[in-house]
Ligand binder design. Structure first.
Ligand code: EPU
Length: 419
């Protein structure tokens, strides 16, 4: 198990290339199951979560090839069962349900458990499949969905914590091959949903409205192969912007979509950073004292839950008191106790972290608990005086391609040690 060691306090400068989006690549790879023909997906990040998805596709019968960031999938025949051994490593495996149901009218996938960021039900996905005419059986830890045929329907994906991103993806992937028209109400508007819809449309699907709360899908008889380049990872991009905010003289992120990052750049500007850029890049530099901020996570275009932990790291040394409220995953605060071990003053009040800025953090051995919490610890390590040792970095490798190398190129003193 690797660990990452960071000697804090070294300024970052220069530019970094942002990778393809993990959360776009995963459902797009799953969508290749919808056709017998060859699909070519470019800019697939080299991450363990993407490797798990490719293993699942291979297990389901697809021929899968990977050459650097380009993945070729040909799923001439598929079997419809994704067992526990193969699914348990990654919750996003659930997004093979939609394409298998769409194509084969049947799918069995081991149910994902909860995870450290909270209880993660799939009731909204299942409600959507049922509305399309599928029966749902849960037995032995597996969920089976099946239907003689799928019939377009109007489906609301409104849940207790808002809509669902992978649920929207799953219903869209099942509905593209249903008879008739499906309307998804209260759909997720995230750029990753739009990216998936764009890929499905290239395959011959008829989807309109992706990126709004109402997506309309006219079912077609079959889909064909297509080529697609995955969008830039807005969460990796946001994480590097915060690295620049925390430790940068001037840091530039390249190959990004600034329009996907507005909530993050607005928050950083409100904290007194200059953020500026052109079409495909953004730069950040400090203007003096970091100001405190009151922030709430929201579905897109609001401030993303996947950037909440990193923002807590930044605000831990802002002047005055900040508050960060998590409205999507109310228990997603595993990073708080580790940040406190580094000297941060944070109190949890329900789903709100109240942060009183301190002058500096101090390096410490800390434990990564989930992907974004780990990223927050890396950021805190860049800021801290002394040495921070982050254990269990496999969490980081799930979602950040070569984070240690990329930060090293910007001037961070960071090393990966094999234990
Ligand atoms: N929810 C339900 N019922 C459902 C589905 C979701 O109640 O059937 C609840 C969840 O428990 C949560 C909220 O709805 O409270 C939103 O969950 P959502 O379904 O949108 O999350 P997801 O689709 O499973 C994706 C990303 C997450 C990201 C969330 C929210 C992928 C692979 N994962 O998860 O990314 O936090 O959307 O934006 O796209 C990450 O990358 O670190 C990560 C966790």
């Amino acid at each position: 198990m690797d660990k990452i060691i960071i000697h804090g306090g070294h300024p970052l400068a220069g530019s970094v290339k942002i990778s393809g989006s993990k959360n776009s690549a995963l459902p797009i790879l799953a969508a290749t199951l919808l056709t017998k023909e060859t699909c070519v997906i470019q800019r697939v990040p080299d991450l363990s979560d993407c490797h798990y998805m490719l293993q699942i596709l291979a297990h389901l019968g697809a021929d899968v090839e990977r050459a650097s960031g380009i993945v070729t999938v040909k799923a001439e025949k598929v079997n419809c069962v994704a067992p526990y051994e193969i699914v348990r490593k990654m919750r996003a495996s659930i997004c093979v349900l939609g394409p298998l149901l769409g194509r084969e009218k049947e799918a069995t996938v081991s149910l994902p458990g909860g995870c450290v960021i909270g209880d993660r039900p799939i009731d909204l996905h299942l409600r959507g499949f049922q509305a399309l005419g599928a029966a749902v059986r849960v037995h032995g830890g597996n969920v089976k969905v099946f239907a003689p045929s799928l019939q377009g329907a109007t489906i609301s994906l409104k849940g207790k914590f808002g809509t669902t991103v992978l649920g929207t993806d799953n219903i869209m992937m099942a509905a593209v091959l249903a008879d008739g028209t499906t309307a998804i109400e209260d759909a997720a508007c995230e750029p990753e949903v739009v990216d998936l819809a764009n890929f499905l449309n290239k395959m011959g699907a008829k989807i309109e409205g992706a990126g709004t709360a109402r997506i309309v899908i006219e079912g077609v008889k079959e889909l064909h192969g297509a080529e697609h380049e995955v969008i830039a990872d807005r969460i990796e991009a946001g994480t590097f912007l915060i690295a620049g905010a925390i430790a940068g003289k001037e840091v530039t992120i390249n190959r990004v979509r600034p329009d996907h990052l507005s909530a993050v750049t607005d928050a950083l500007r409100a904290c007194n950073f200059s953020v500026y850029g052109t079409n495909g890049s953004l730069s950040i530099c400090a203007n003096g004292t970091t100001k405190s901020l009151d922030l709430k996570t929201q579905p897109y275009p609001g401030f993303p839950t996947d950037m909440q932990a990193q923002m807590c790291a930044l605000l831990s040394t802002a002047a005055g008191e900040s508050s960060v409220t998590e409205s999507i995953f109310p228990q997603r605060f595993m990073h708080v106790s580790e940040l406190k071990r580094m000297g941060a003053t944070i109190e949890l009040d329900g789903a709100t972290a109240k942060i009183r800025g301190v002058d500096t953090l101090s390096g410490a051995p800390v434990m990564a608990s989930d992907l974004r919490a780990s990223a927050a610890l890396v950021l805190a390590g860049l800021l801290a005086e002394g040495t921070t040792e982050i254990n269990r970095v496999y969490h980081i490798d799930r979602g950040y391609e070569m984070i240690d190398e990329k930060l090293g190129e910007l001037g961070a003193r960071i090393e990966r040690v094999k234990v």
